[in-house]
Design a protein around this ligand. Structure first.
Ligand SMILES: [Zn+2]
Ligand SMILES: [Zn+2]
Length: 337
């Protein structure tokens, strides 16, 4: 089968590889039908990530079930499913506690779309993908949710975890998002915060297109580089992947508030203003999203019509165009079979 593969800096190509086969009774084979480009993929393609080539690309996707092992109960061939990018068993102590990114039934960081760094599970820009632990992993596409709405099945839950858990008890808390690095995650976070009832969602960025998209979600756009401090917010999000943005988010977090950094700081040690954090008693969160348990929360917001992630899709490609155009400039790019 053909698999879109990053083979070196600025080089992506279709490679012929053997089709995956079921390796256990609890597995499924799925055919990706729509793939969204994660915010980190452009960094991989230019060679700025620590993940070495070759990398079968694509890890945000909706797929059709093609074949299931005997023990699989929850899905059947022909169904359309959402595939979380991280492979997780659903029943180890970490998974049971919601920490599916740290599943210990399988090698650390097991996921699609990151090559050997994440266990070589292949990528979504392939004709077939093998899904271990299919009952724990796969979610049937709910009625009222289009594949385009939830195709970004990594970045959307990643945004949810940065604001959703802190707004879910009905807390009418203002939210600050410093955007620009993880471009779609910061914007999705703005949309989710508005959808969950935050009375004030402020979004900082330098890019006009993204500021307009934040506004279309109902956030207030603030144009310009992140200031040292933007105000005082119980909930702040650093999606800047930039030290100034990180410090702006932290310095703008209210006493006892929570700041979540979803940008990835590759490379050198990143300084944190620990004394300011100590004096205000803020909680700082970073780390990989636990995508599987977050997905039902975002699906509920989408199904209710409160949140429309598809607003961020600024480029749509046909499957055949992916090799030439997967690295194109876009807030959210999708590829449709
Ligand atoms: Zn991703
Ligand atoms: Zn597990």
């Amino acid at each position: 089968m053909r698999q879109l593969t990053y083979t070196g800096p600025n080089t992506i190509e279709w490679l012929d590889v053997p089709e995956p086969k079921l390796q256990g009774l609890n597995e499924a084979l799925v055919r990706p039908t729509i793939v969204a480009r994660c915010d980190v993929d452009p960094l991989i393609i230019v060679g700025r990530s620590p993940m070495p080539p070759p990398i079968a690309l694509g890890h945000e996707f909706v797929a059709d079930v093609v074949e299931v092992g005997k023990d699989v109960q929850s899905v059947r061939p022909g169904q359309s499913v959402i595939v979380p990018f991280q492979v997780s068993c659903g029943s180890c102590a970490y998974c049971a506690g919601g920490a599916t990114a740290s599943c210990n039934a399988i090698a650390a960081r097991s996921a699609y779309g990151f090559g050997a760094y994440s266990g070589d599970f292949g990528g979504a820009l392939s004709d077939l993908v093998r899904v271990p632990f299919a009952d724990a992993m796969l979610l049937e596409l709910p009625e009222g949710v289009t594949p385009e709405a939830i195709a970004s099945a990594d970045n959307v839950p990643d945004a949810w975890r940065s604001v959703g858990p802190f707004l879910s008890d009905g807390a009418k808390a203002p939210v600050l998002i410093v955007g620009g690095g993880a471009v779609s995650i910061g914007l999705y976070a703005a949309g989710i915060a508005v959808a969950m009832g935050s009375p004030q969602v402020d979004y900082i960025d330098t890019n006009r297109e993204r500021l307009d998209l934040a506004q279309s979600f109902g956030a207030t756009s603030i144009e310009g580089p992140p200031p040292e401090r933007a105000g005082e917010y119980p909930i702040t999000v650093d999606a800047s992947a930039n030290v100034d943005g990180l410090h702006c988010a932290i310095n703008s977090t209210a006493p006892e508030g929570v700041c979540t950094s979803i940008g990835i700081y590759f490379g050198e040690t990143t300084p944190l203003p620990l004394l300011a954090m100590y004096n205000r008693g803020i909680t700082f969160k970073t780390g990989r999203v636990n995508a599987r348990p977050a997905l039902p929360h975002v699906l509920e917001l989408i199904r209710d019509g409160r949140f429309k992630p598809e607003k961020l899709i600024t480029k749509r490609l046909a499957w055949e165009e992916a090799a030439g155009e997967y690295a194109s400039r876009a807030v959210k790019l999708i590829v449709k079979r």
